[in-house]
Unconditional design. Structure first.
Length: 111
């Protein structure tokens, strides 16, 4: 009986786990509109001053935001991102939760 219950619990988690942990692109859009769009454009197209975000993967976006939040200039430099934009991006990333970063990544990937 125990193994049956454990098996069913494992199956339920396997079926629900990825959805429960999946990023929410709608929440990402809401956060994007309030935090990112003013500089990167409504559709992530960028401008003469700010880079386009289009074509980036969810994981890439979340990783870069985490590096800005952590203040890891060396890792950002390796990605070609530790230039003048650090002063702009670090304070914006500082307020983001891990879920915010994943959600932003899901939304940006969809652009």
């Amino acid at each position: 009986m125990r193994s049956t219950i454990a098996g069913l619990a494992g199956l339920a988690f396997a079926l629900m786990g990825p959805q429960a942990m999946a990023a929410d692109a709608d929440a990402g859009k809401s956060k994007y509109d309030s935090v990112c769009a003013a500089c990167h454009g409504a559709k992530g197209e960028g401008s003469d001053v700010y880079p386009s975000l289009q074509g980036q993967s969810q994981d890439e976006v979340a990783e870069v935001l985490a590096l800005y939040k952590a203040g890891d200039k060396e890792a950002l430099k390796e990605k070609g991102l530790a230039g003048d934009d650090y002063a702009q991006m670090a304070p914006n990333a500082a307020s983001l939760s891990e879920d915010d970063m994943k959600n932003l990544g899901a939304y940006i990937e969809s652009l």
